[in-house]
Design a protein around this ligand. Structure first.
Ligand code: URA
Length: 434
């Protein structure tokens, strides 16, 4: 078999069989197929798509490209959660300590930023010393002892996805349904959790721009997971404007900490409570949504969710004082408001543009090797439906470079549309798939 022939077959709209998919995934994982051929294949799949059978075969080949974790030595139901990626999506940072404080066992594998969206690992590295490069033994021990552990994708776990994720990030081949479904579900299956809750984003800041596509992606992933014997639920949530107000690594960590103190933005808090409720119900710790949300509210109010974050950060080598004193987190040198050019209601915020602005400031990667600046980003002061007066701040830019700040100012201003008529922001939760 030759990779060249497979690229041509897909480029011409052909259907790849299981053997061909395994040849390409094994060859790429072993380094026998070079990046340039795999990039061409990703682009061919991007344009020609994959059918359901190809997607399932791709998922299983990627999941089995490395070790399949055995979490049976952790007592209780182990739950994982994954988002398809968004702007200001700091959900895992606040949600996992909340549900762990309620007794759910969180054995989670997270990723880094992808395209214009941020990644949980990058954000967590805002805590000085924090590392997700922990051994499987430590991962299991932490889940047993603290109730929560997050690891990065090791070389052993779904290595094909680790390689493809980095390649797709820099070759404009992220937003394809089969590539997203196989990427997410391969690592979720390999990571061994009994139950998985997916947060599938839709809107201008999501990879799935249309709600119908987000529902299709959710159904496809839920079906792949159930067929592999896992308990599955998916929440479809809004990404037509950034989630919460903060976009950028350390800024998002600060907002997640505020949320654990009960002082978070309304949309972000609602999303955490909804996904948290699914996680509690799948673990058997709540019988219904109302009971689950009451439990989640109480761990926010009594401080145990915040303490859980501190224990988790400390257990993975991080400075837990930063949880209680978030002003110790990385800070940018330039903090500069962006003023509204006129009076009116915020009608629209081009969400992907806000993500790109954060990337331009240094908060994301331009190439696989780029190092990111944890301190930079944007804090929105006005969101869809809000009224703004000329000269009031729309957002505050956190930057370390004047030139980048200027580019960001121009793009961010263009991302906001201000109108005379008030438009209500849509619901943050668009639906559930189970
Ligand atoms: N998250 C993933 O893990 N993979 C994707 O392809 C998109 C979002």
């Amino acid at each position: 078999m030759r990779m060249y022939d497979l690229i041509m077959k897909k480029r011409n709209g052909g259907i790849l069989n299981d053997e061909e998919i395994r040849f390409m995934i094994d060859g790429y994982t072993k380094g026998e197929i070079p990046d340039y051929q795999m990039s061409a294949m990703m682009m061919a799949i991007y344009f020609k798509g994959m059918n359901e059978e190809e997607t399932v075969n791709l998922t299983m080949a990627m999941a089995e490209s490395g070790e399949m974790l055995d979490l049976s030595s952790i007592q209780g139901i182990k739950v994982d959660k994954h988002s398809t990626g968004g702007v200001g999506d700091k959900t895992s940072l606040a949600l996992t300590p909340m549900v762990a404080a309620c007794g759910v066992k969180i054995a989670k594998m997270s990723g880094r930023g992808l395209g214009h969206t941020g990644g949980t690992i990058d954000k967590l590295e805002s805590f000085e010393g924090f590392s997700t490069e922990i051994s499987t033994e430590q991962f299991i021990r932490n889940v047993n002892e603290i109730g929560i552990a997050i690891m990065g994708q090791t070389r052993e776990l779904a290595p094909a996805d680790k390689l493809l994720y980095a390649l797709r990030d820099v070759t404009a081949t992220v937003d394809n349904m089969s590539l997203i479904a196989s990427s997410i579900m391969s690592k979720k299956l390999a990571a061994g959790a009994d139950a998985i809750v997916l947060d599938v984003k839709t809107g201008s800041g999501a990879f799935m721009k249309k709600e119908a596509d987000a529902f299709s992606l959710a159904k496809e992933m839920v079906s792949i997971g159930k067929n592999a014997g896992r308990k599955m639920m998916a929440v479809i949530s809004d990404m037509d404007q950034p989630l919460g107000n903060a976009v950028g690594n350390a800024l998002e960590v600060k907002e997640a900490i505020a949320t654990l103190r009960g002082e978070g933005p309304k949309d972000f808090t609602e999303l955490c409570l909804t996904i948290g409720s699914c996680m509690l119900q799948l673990s058997g710790l709540a019988d219904n949504d109302e009971e689950a949300k009451e439990k989640l509210q109480s761990v926010i109010e009594n401080g145990s969710a915040l303490n859980k974050l501190a224990s988790f950060v400390e257990a993975q080598g991080g400075n837990k004082n930063m949880v209680y004193e978030p002003e110790l987190l990385p800070k940018a040198a330039i903090i500069s408001p962006l003023y509204a050019p006129c009076d009116g209601y915020i009608d629209r915020i081009a969400c992907d543009e806000v993500g790109i602005c954060s990337l331009i400031l240094g908060g994301g990667r331009e190439t696989k090797e780029s190092k990111i600046d944890l301190s930079v980003g944007i804090v929105l002061q006005k969101k869809v439906g809000d009224y703004v007066r000329k000269g009031e701040p729309l957002a505050v830019i956190h930057a370390n470079d004047e030139d980048k700040k200027k580019i960001c100012e121009e793009r961010l201003l263009a991302a906001y549309r201000i109108s005379n008529e008030k438009k209500d922001e849509g619901p943050v939760i668009r639906g559930l798939v189970r």
